[in-house]
Design a protein around this ligand. Structure first.
Ligand code: PEP
Length: 248
């Protein structure tokens, strides 16, 4: 049984005042029937973790692959854990684009996250050009092979399929396209890690998930939840997505 996961990525959004949204979310879901995770900017992580308590997990949006050292401006997995994080998003397309992160970078970071006892939420996804002119599954297969370390287990890995062209655009793939990629990711995990790990690892869909489309997306095979950007910032938007996942 895979426990479903509603994950929110606040990206570079949120000041202290925004923590009232976390309190509101907690009040709306005092005992959620799915795992709920919020990944705020690092500046808010410790404060958010206190507000979130045991009801909502918190995570980082990236980390360095070293434990510590002379890396000005960077944050290690152990530091995120110290601030209350249980998860770290890695390889988000905005990091791959803005910071030229490669699959190899993501894999090294994932190793560090797993070694620190945290869960890596590894993002993969094709660009619009790749969707239109290349073999999407081949692209996703290459990213999975390059980004996921051998140390992955169902307990320390979550995969998020995030087509780049669906992030923040209001466009989503067809449900068949989502299902095709999620089935492919499941098969790929089973082939590499064996059926036990492959079948137990959670696979999230991300890209313009909203209260209005969550139910249909959560009905697609091998969709175990969502990684949500914009709609995770306000409890009024994220709460119905959590409810839709609870009912899926
Ligand atoms: C994301 O950035 O991971 C994301 C899915 O964003 P949005 O939900 O805003 O499309």
């Amino acid at each position: 049984m895979r426990r479903k996961l509603a994950a929110g990525n606040w990206k570079m959004n949120g000041l202290g005042a925004g923590l009232s949204e976390v309190a509101a979310l907690k009040a709306a879901h005092p005992a959620p029937g799915v795992d709920v995770l919020l990944c705020p900017p690092a500046t808010l992580l410790a404060r958010m973790s206190e507000v979130a308590g045991d009801t909502i997990a918190t995570g980082g949006q990236d980390c360095h692959d070293a434990k510590n050292g002379a890396h000005t401006g960077d944050i290690s997995a152990a530091m995120l854990a110290d601030a209350g994080a249980s998860h770290v998003i890695l390889g988000h397309s905005e990091r791959r684009q803005d910071h030229d992160e490669t699959d190899n970078d993501v894999r090294q970071k994932a190793k560090a996250v797993m070694a620190a006892g945290l869960i890596a939420v590894i993002c993969v996804g094709e660009s619009l050009d790749e969707r239109e002119h290349a073999n999407t599954l081949q692209i996703i297969g290459g990213q999975l092979a390059g980004s996921i370390p051998d140390a992955a287990t169902a307990a320390n890995l979550v995969v998020a399929y995030e087509p780049i062209w669906a992030i923040g655009t209001g466009k989503i793939p067809t449900l068949d396209q989502i299902g095709e990629v999620h089935d492919f990711i499941r098969d790929t995990l089973e082939r590499r890690f064996g059926p036990g790990v492959g079948r137990s690892t959670r696979i999230l869909y991300g890209g313009s998930v909203k209260p209005s489309n969550a139910t249909e997306i959560f009905a697609v095979s091998n969709v175990d939840g969502a990684l949500v950007g914009g709609a995770s910032l306000k409890a009024a938007d994220f709460s119905p997505i959590i409810t839709a996942l609870e009912q899926a």
